[in-house]
Structures are given as structure tokens and as C-alpha cells.
Design a protein around this ligand. Sequence first.
Ligand SMILES: Cc1cc2nc3c(=O)[nH]c(=O)nc-3n(C[C@H](O)[C@H](O)[C@H](O)COP(=O)(O)O)c2cc1C
Length: 353
Amino acid sequence: MQVDLRSGWQIRDVEIPTRLVLAPMAGVSVQAFRRQGRRYGAGLVCSEMVSCAGLHHGNERTLGYLRISPDERPLAVQIFGSEPAVMAEAARMVEDAGADLVDVNFGCPVKKVTKTGAGATLLEDPSRARAVVAAVADAVSVPVTVKMRRGLENGSRACLELGPRLVDAGAESLTLHPRSARQMYTGEADHSLTAELVARVDVPVVASGDVTSQARAQAILATTGAAAVMVGRAAQGNPWALREILAGNVEPPSREEVVAELVLFIRETARELGERRATGFLKKFYGWYLGRGRFPRPFKQELVQLETLDEVEARLLAAAPGAAEVLERLEADLPEAEEDVVLDLPISIYGGG
Ligand SMILES: Cc1cc2nc3c(=O)[nH]c(=O)nc-3n(C[C@H](O)[C@H](O)[C@H](O)COP(=O)(O)O)c2cc1C
């Protein structure tokens, strides 16, 4: 049966207006990315993972502190760690900051994280995984969700055993990215596992992995029974993918639209991370926005070499003169700026899931 991607659904009492969830991506899912995702139709957005270890060690290399704002809601904030009591403390901070959901990361395949017993390692440590979820669910009144990979090793089915146990422990939704941690991002996401997980739990399941078009999203929803799809890499520098997934065949963006969205993204990110951090952070976005045949390759190279964001912005606006007007309209349509809440939780530079 075809699911209407523009219909609402719920995680307990949290209303989510569409079946499209923007993936948490470390080094990508800054506030500007989440806000943009909401504008283009994501019903739920998620912060990249923030480290609970930072709470007590304070020596982790971080990108800064997580900043959230009411206009991003419904918003999930993702935490990772392996100590139940510390995770509970972080979850309370997340709830106090105004997040609608606390998401727990059981998917990160990056060694720096797995060697601490966090991320995907917890897939093979069911009693600790259960204890983490129980402690977090006990600590907050907002719903707790978990994002998993299929397991550590290729072919693993660990997520199917663990999923129902996490629901017993208090998880109110599960997201599955059905690749193994070893696979990283190679091969394909095996959504037959998503279908099996849906059959085993009575909470909504979100399907993550290789959702790149409306046809793909519809097929995954229809064959798995998942409540929603999550979109990650396809939305990098490409919010128009979200629009296509929701609305079907839509015109590709004009050069003016691309430049206007990128300049807005640069401005918001500089405000969030500060000019110095943002300058390096933003470089990978230039290729993502300007690629896909939108601009010739040397243009990106040129931008990456410029020293200040003002220069980047001026060069972009010169390349698409009509963009200034589009940008003005975009800025005028932005929701009233509300006070950001800054959480004392560091954004880890080690990401993945
Ligand atoms: C650069 C990058 C960073 C990621 N960081 C996280 C993360 O912090 N937490 C998480 O649960 N998943 C993370 N993921 C995994 C994505 O959320 C998603 O499950 C995965 O990319 C598969 O979806 P896709 O094919 O739509 O990209 C990351 C993925 C990428 C590409």
C-alpha cells in the first residue's frame, strides 16, 4: 500500500508532520542544516551526536557546543556514550534545553567511539545497551529513541534480537540503518532487516539508508512497514532532494536558488560556529552544493582557496547575480529568530552511524 509521505505520525505524544526524517550526521547536521531540512519538508530533524564523555572528561576534541532553537522543533538530540548514569545526566540536559526527543546512538562505527564501548559496540553488548536505554528513559519525560546499525560484522542480525529488548527498556521508536559497522557506507542498506524489525516491535520504526528519491522512499515504506524514512547523504548540499522525495518530480533548483541557499547556510553557520571554525567546516559543503553539474568544477576549487567567508560570499553572488534577490526573500521568510539554547554538551568530531 502506498504511504502518503506528507501524512503525520507520532512518537508517543510527539506529532511529526511528515514521514521524512533528516538524518543525524556528525560534521554536517549543524543548526543551519536542520533548519533548512525543516523548510524543505523534513517532519523531524536530529542533531548530530553529542558526547556524554565530554561531561566528565572535558578533553575531547570538539567542534563546539550544541545550540538548539525552538524553530527547529520537533527536534531530536542524539547522545552517545556507554555509562548509563552519565547518559542519564546528558539526557536530562537535553530535555531541559527543549528537545522533543532524546535519541541514543548505537550505530557509530568509528573506532574512536567504538573502542570506548559506545556507538555500534553496544549492539553486541545487550545488557549494557538495555541498561543505557533504561537509565535514559527513566531520567526524562520526553520519549527516548534509539538509532542502530544491523550489528558489528557483515551479515549480523544483532539489531533484531536487541530491538525488542530496547523497546522493553523504554525506547519509543527505533531507527535502523541496516549496514554493519564494518561496512561503514559500502554496499547497500539491506531493508529486509528493517521489515523484520518492524514485525518484532510495536513502536514506530524509521528506515535509514540509501533513501535518495521518492520512488525509493515509497518502495522502502511499502516493503518494510516502517513509519518513516530518514534521509542523510542525499540531502548534503541538496535540500531539493527532500522536496523531490515529498512532492515527486520537481524542477531542479536554478543556479540562483543554489547560491542563495548556500550563502544563507554560510551566514547561519558562521553565526553558530564562529567565523574561524566555520571557514574550515564549510569547505566540504561547497562541492556538495555546487557539484551535481550545477557549476563547473574549478569554481569550487576557487572558493576553497579564499581566506574569508566574506570573499566566498561575494564570489558566489557574483557568479549568479539574481541570487541576491532570492536570498533576500529566503531571509525574509525565515521564522522569527528565537533565543538559542546552548547545551553544555560538546559536538564530537568523530561521527557516524
Ligand atoms: C558524514 C556522516 C556522519 C554521520 N553521523 C552520524 C551520527 O552522528 N549519528 C548517527 O546516528 N548516524 C550518523 N550517520 C549515519 C546517517 O545518519 C545515516 O544513517 C546513514 O548515512 C545512512 O543513510 P543515507 O544513505 O541516507 O546517508 C552519519 C552519516 C554520515 C554520512
